[in-house]
Ligand binder design. Structure first.
Ligand code: ATP
Ligand code: MG
Length: 366
């Protein structure tokens, strides 16, 4: 089966509840290429699952149009709605939703047993075996779901989804029930599997690390609105706004609010906490609409620690954490904010200056 493109045009969704109309997604347009691994990333409640459900057909948009390949899945203006089972997509949920009374073999085979076009028992068995081999669960085929670990169940759920080679794979936080270690293993295996099968995949997560490692491209969503679409390196290196900057990266980008002004021949960003000298090379990049009220962004790994007086601002380090191969230094600011610096060496003193690598300083409108 050829993988499908997916095109969303001006898709909006509101729910009509007893408390009135709740707008959940507004004016979403996306162009997903055949074979692409596309991630929908955003905090809890931003509308990711709803968007996935609109694509699968479990929900109907209030406005807009969705095409899967050359078939229109839904078009509100033209009153077209294709039933979910006709869309040739496969869904994997966070809760694996396996049939508890069936064996692994039967669970994986299930989507093949109620196809319109009947296929023989032998060819079902062959397909199940091939899928099980791909996911390395050949040894588990006779077991029931209750006899499996979380990671094994997850693989069975994925097996059930891929066994009939759908045109589009939809996954809603499929790894979030697994412990951290297993999640990392499964992440790599999922990426490998998708690269081999080349099935267009739309993957929902609130975990920025998962998005960065899995996605060919990422759409960052906040409050039902797309903030940015780009390759992982683009959303990391050139975040479109403070929300994206603060959401991607661990620890996240430092966002320092203030007013930009000239002082003693230097350009500085000033706020209640102090005065940050903006390196000359970075001054050219200031593109904010209002210098009185803007945000300077710098990632923890793009700040270096030096002797007082040498850098862009003198500060006192409050806490240093050893995270294995690196150190995180916290500088507490007023209103419970802080600056984090990531460094290879442990700072030798608490009284230091910070130097911002000018290439990596960003400026935002708040
Ligand atoms: N059937 C519904 N009726 C009313 N509101 C709903 C309905 N389904 C979802 N919502 C609301 O829509 C918003 C988005 O929900 P959605 O499940 O898409 O979020 P999400 O990004 O998947 O969050 P999470 O990461 O927690 O799964 C939430 O505020 C939710 O309360
Ligand atoms: Mg969800």
């Amino acid at each position: 089966m050829k993988p499908s493109s997916v095109k969303l045009e001006n898709v909006s969704k509101s729910f009509f509840t007893l408390r009135g109309k709740v707008g959940v997604l507004s004016d979403i347009s996306l162009d997903i290429s055949p074979g692409e691994f596309f991630v929908l990333l955003g905090p809890s409640g931003c509308g990711k699952s709803t968007l996935l459900n609109l694509i699968s057909g479990l929900e109907k948009p209030t406005e807009g149009r969705i095409a899967i390949g050359d078939k229109i899945a839904v078009d509100i203006a033209q009153k077209i709605f294709t039933e979910p089972y006709k869309r040739d997509t496969a869904l994997v949920f966070q809760s694996y939703a396996l049939y508890p009374h069936m064996t692994v073999q039967e669970n994986i085979a299930f989507p093949l047993t109620n196809l319109k076009k009947k296929i023989s028992k032998n060819s079902i068995n062959a397909k199940v075996m091939e899928t099980a081999r791909l996911l390395q669960i050949e040894g588990l085929l006779e077991r029931k779901p209750a006899e499996l670990s979380g990671g094994q169940r997850q693989r069975v759920a994925i097996g059930r989804a891929i066994v009939r080679q759908p045109r589009l794979f939809l996954m809603d936080e499929p790894l979030s029930n697994l412990d951290a270690r297993l999640r990392m293993d499964m992440r790599a295996q999922l990426k490998d599997l998708q690269q081999r099968l080349q099935i267009t995949t739309i993957y929902v997560t609130h975990d920025q690390m998962e998005a960065m490692t899995l996605g060919d491209r990422i759409a960052v969503i906040h409050n039902g609105v797309i903030q940015q679409v780009g390759k992982p390196a683009e959303v990391y290196g050139q975040p479109a706004n403070p929300f994206v900057a603060g959401f991607i990266g661990s620890p996240p980008m430092n966002l320092i609010e203030g007013a930009i002004m000239e002082e003693n021949g230097k350009t500085v960003l000033k706020n209640k906490n102090g005065r940050y000298i903006i390196p000359r090379e970075a001054v050219l990049k200031i593109n904010v609409t209002n210098k009185e009220n803007c945000v300077m962004g710098i990632r923890p790994e793009n700040i270096s620690i030096g002797k007082p007086g040498e850098g862009n601002i003198d500060v006192v380090i409050n806490v240093v954490e050893n995270i294995g191969s690196e150190y995180l230094s916290y500088i507490f600011l007023k209103n419970s904010k802080h600056i984090i610096v990531k460094s290879a060496q442990k700072p030798t003193s608490n009284n230091v200056s910070l130097t911002f690598q000018h290439d990596n300083i960003l400026f935002f409108n708040p």
